[in-house]
Design a protein around this ligand. Structure first.
Ligand code: URP
Ligand code: ZN
Ligand code: ZN
Length: 461
């Protein structure tokens, strides 16, 4: 069945222009002015922005963190994603039992997602220890469509510098990309213990135990390790503060290549004041929320190109249940918050409407860059002939309000309750099918496909 999207304003990562889009089956086949309708079904996009289906390369569906499990499985979480205009995710696998090979979690995740996901999905591997067989497996994982791996510099399975260096060397050799959660583990553990021993157990001490410089030190260290590995591709997840941005700028100024940076809406919009509210536990995530000055620095970093990607780190736990583990001690609270459904509209309303980023920068950071960096291109992240018919219609004149009752995930809150937004998503298509119309999910459980991602290409963005 052919579909034609008429009269809309197309937004790419570099231009905004009027054109029609013809989709045949799952693929975009042509783009141009006044395309003949012939036998195609017409979708009228008059007055709407037509953007590529957004790509979220940092989610944690069904994440098992030992003390709790993220409440969105691959069905609830991808329905929420779809309703927020995201048509592809790359999910970070949870740690498995100690000592397991990389493929162990890959197999677990194929089962978690396979018959549930409603949008297309890929996975990042997770390196929880390093030895010769894990290094070999990085290559076979890549051949099987997982050319990226994540390493944590804190939490239970944190890697040391020698582990990190070996991974970076191997990933460079195989054109892979390594994502890093950057926080100085020893500093964080010391401060957590100190605050708890002083009886300082309220949520605000979560932020105080993870200061900006604990993140920036780890960012700086990992960038130096990547440089030692011959400018191995390095991707900093959820960068949250101005000092980390400076570390990135310094490394690039020195000429280091292949540095990719992600931030998330929560670090652009929310501040550590949330921790002093009655419901402060909702905002316990790592890194923590920072200050308004950090938010402004991150907007600047997005607008000047220091940051390439806005993802979500979607990892919801219920305030009414799992988050309450932290009511007497912040260290017992599972880390993470929802955000997959809110991202695109937040970035439009808080970013584009408020003049902090352009429409093309919105598309670049939420759609095109993440797809290119992580090997989902040319099928995803762009509106071009040959790409998948993954399309979002955004109505700039409508207004909306973020409220939990309108959300589609399984969690019991949104971190942005009551926030008024300019603009609204009126339609979402995945591979040529309308899967969301006027906030109603019309897709089918299990219709999402595994995305066999391609290796990282230098100068990809
Ligand atoms: O607090 C967070 N961010 N939870 C999810 C896991 C991670 O660190 O990305
Ligand atoms: Zn993380
Ligand atoms: Zn994460």
């Amino acid at each position: 069945m052919k579909k034609i999207i008429r009269n809309g304003t197309l937004v790419s990562d570099s231009a905004v222009y009027s054109a029609d889009i013809l989709i045949d089956g799952e693929k975009i086949v042509s783009i141009g002015k006044n395309l003949p309708v012939e036998d195609a079904q017409v979708i009228d996009a008059e007055g709407k922005y037509v953007i590529p289906g957004a790509v979220d390369v940092h989610t944690h569906m069904d994440l098992d963190v030992g003390i709790a499990r993220a409440v969105d499985d691959f069905y609830d979480g991808t329905v929420a994603a779809a309703c927020g205009g995201t048509t592809s995710i790359v999910d970070h696998m949870a740690f498995g039992p100690a000592g397991v090979p990389l493929h162990y979690q890959f197999d677990v995740y194929k089962n978690l997602a396979g018959d549930k996901a409603v949008i297309d999905y890929g996975f990042h591997g997770v390196a929880q220890h390093v030895d010769s067989s894990v290094l070999e497996e990085l290559e076979s994982m890549s051949a099987e469509g997982v050319p990226s791996v994540k390493a944590y510099m804190t939490y239970g399975f944190k890697l040391n510098d020698a582990d990190i260096l070996q991974i970076l060397i191997k990933m460079k050799e195989i054109n892979g990309i390594t994502a890093f959660h950057c926080e100085n583990h020893d500093v964080v553990e010391f401060l957590k213990k100190k605050y708890v021993s002083e009886g300082k157990t309220a949520p605000i001490y979560h932020a105080k135990s993870r200061p900006n410089l604990a993140e920036a030190e780890a960012v700086e260290r990992v960038l130096k390790l990547a440089h030692m590995a011959g400018d191995a591709p390095v991707y900093i997840v959820h960068l949250s503060c101005k000092e980390s941005l400076e570390a990135v700028r310094d490394a690039r100024r020195r000429g280091q290549k292949n540095i990719l940076v992600e931030t998330c809406p929560q670090y652009l919009i929310l501040t550590e004041e949330c921790y002093t509210r009655e419901d402060g536990l909702k905002y316990i995530m790592s890194p923590p929320l920072r200050t308004r000055e950090d938010c402004e620095a991150l907007w600047e970093g997005l607008s000047d190109g220091t940051i390439q990607v806005v993802a979500t780190d979607h990892c919801p736990f219920n305030f009414g249940l799992e988050k309450q583990r932290g009511k007497d001690d912040f260290t017992a609270c599972p880390n993470g918050a929802p955000g997959v459904e809110e991202r695109l509209m937040l970035m439009y309303s808080e970013g584009v409407v408020k003049g902090r980023i352009s429409l093309s920068q919105l598309v670049r950071t939420c759609c095109t860059n993440p797809a290119r960096i992580y090997g989902l291109s040319p099928e995803k992240g762009v509106i071009l002939p040959g790409a998948d018919g993954d399309i979002v219609l955004l109505d700039p004149l409508a207004s909306s309000e973020l409220t939990h009752s309108a959300m589609h995930g399984a969690g019991d809150y949104t971190a942005y309750e009551g926030m008024k937004l300019q603009g609204d998503i009126s339609l979402v298509m995945q591979r040529g099918n309308v899967i969301v119309k006027n906030h109603e999910f019309l897709g089918k459980k299990g219709d999402g496909r595994f995305i066999h991602r391609k290796p990282y290409r230098e100068k990809v963005i």
